[in-house]
Design a protein around this ligand. Structure first.
Ligand code: GLA
Length: 407
């Protein structure tokens, strides 16, 4: 069985149905066509348009799902094994479900689905006594590109096991399992944004999620007048996980220092700017706190603009967000800055910023429809000139959202 190369973000023209059908065929090649036909599930990836690094600080975030994501084919077994394979990785894994309780993380891709299975078992799902499953992962979401491949894989696993075991979970319960897997099993101290973005994705809608109380609503973004672009630098940094956890710790340190002077504030996002300005913090911690407090205000302003249909006002905040991520939160890299620089100079681009945790990955941009080709050309030209590598440019086409796919 040949491992497929990482998907190209720019390969936007393949219709979703054809991609699902190819995964289905690939499952049959890998696992054989005997037995019941596999069921197929999809979870999208996401970009975050506003509210960078606010989720674990209790602030508002504005993610949107994209039409790339994770595909998962599931077929029940009778021997109690959970067999995990992927069209994108040479190595897979299997374990007996009665031994799930003793499973420990390995640093490999299957930690995500195994973590979800453990979380569901801990919450009472009868996995240990089930007949087991073949789970075959694939899809067209670049991994480690800031497009939330991890929430995509955890949620699609929760959805498929829910269907396979008839657990009747709601999306919130799937999110709880996904978060446990990533935080406790894989060990990334992530916030709640990604699983909410994936779990509640709707085509053409931005999710406005308030991370202080998990309340959310959908806001429309007119897909005929505006286009959502993603430019992938191709840079993947191993240090991202450690740097991410360091930012989480620095923000916690800031809140510990500022909280007592901000009565009523339950998280760093709620601390007034004057409190920060009157405090003496280590300079690096003060920079992180300033980003969080100012980004919170920017995101509220951006969401108010989008609610009144002012897409220019909304997207304009993205440039300021990027500057803050570059200068105060220090999670950008020169490649991302080059792309945002082209976007700022282009009359058809309303806003752009790095998306995801940073240290590599992608820029998300909002453009006037019709300016896509020119922007893509300019981005490629300057990026190649400065950084040699050609970035991949794709335009968002509307996500089918989380769900089972009928073939
Ligand atoms: C990563 C995390 C998210 C969020 C973003 C930054 O994607 O998984 O929870 O913190 O970074 O906004």
């Amino acid at each position: 069985m040949e491992v497929q190369p990482p998907p190209s973000l720019a390969a936007v023209s393949i219709p979703t149905e054809a991609r699902f059908a190819a995964h289905h065929r690939s499952f049959l090649e890998r696992f054989g066509s005997g037995g019941s036909p596999p069921r197929l599930f999809f979870a999208p990836g996401r970009i975050n348009l506003m509210g960078a690094h606010l989720d674990y600080n209790g602030g508002p975030v504005m993610p949107m799902a994209i039409d790339r994501g994770t595909f998962l084919a599931l077929r029940p077994r009778t021997d109690g094994l959970l067999v995990l394979a992927s069209s994108r990785e040479a190595e897979g894994h299997e374990l007996h479900l009665s031994e799930l309780g003793e499973a420990s993380s390995s640093g490999r891709w299957w930690d995500y689905p195994v973590g979800v299975a453990k979380a569901l078992a801990d919450a009472g799902a009868e996995l240990g006594t089930s007949g087991g499953f073949d789970l075959y992962f694939g899809g067209d979401l670049p991994v480690g590109a800031g497009l939330s491949s991890s929430a995509s894989i955890t949620l699609v696993t929760a959805l498929a096991l829910d269907a396979g075991l008839d657990l009747q979970l709601d999306v919130e319960a799937a999110i709880v399992a996904a978060l446990w897997a990533e935080r406790e099993y894989v060990g990334v101290h992530c916030g709640i944004m990604d699983p909410y973005a994936v779990g509640f994705a709707r085509p053409g809608r931005v999710l406005l999620l308030d991370c202080s109380d998990s309340s959310w609503q959908h806001l429309p973004l007119d897909g005929k007048r505006y286009s959502v672009g993603i430019v992938d630098t191709g840079v993947r940094r191993e240090l991202a996980r450690g740097e991410f956890n360091l930012r989480v710790a620095q923000c916690a340190q800031a809140f510990e220092a500022l909280g007592p002077a901000a009565p009523g504030a339950t998280c760093l996002a709620e601390v007034p700017l004057e409190v920060l300005e009157g405090a003496r913090l280590e300079p690096v911690v003060a920079r992180r706190a300033r980003h969080v407090i100012e980004e919170t205000a920017r995101t509220f302003a951006a969401s108010a603009a989008l609610q009144r249909g002012d897409v220019g006002g909304f997207a304009g905040e993205m440039f300021a967000a990027h500057h803050s991520l570059r200068d105060l939160f220090e999670v950008s890299i020169p490649e991302l800055d080059t792309i945002v620089e082209v976007a700022e100079a282009h009359s058809g681009v309303l806003g752009a910023r790095l998306t995801g945790a940073g240290f590599g990955g992608c820029v998300a941009a909002i453009l006037e429809a019709g300016s896509e080709d020119d922007f893509a050309e300019q981005v490629r030209a300057l990026h190649v000139q400065r950084h040699v590598r050609e970035p991949q440019v794709a335009f968002y086409q509307g996500s089918p959202g989380l769900g089972e796919v009928g073939l």
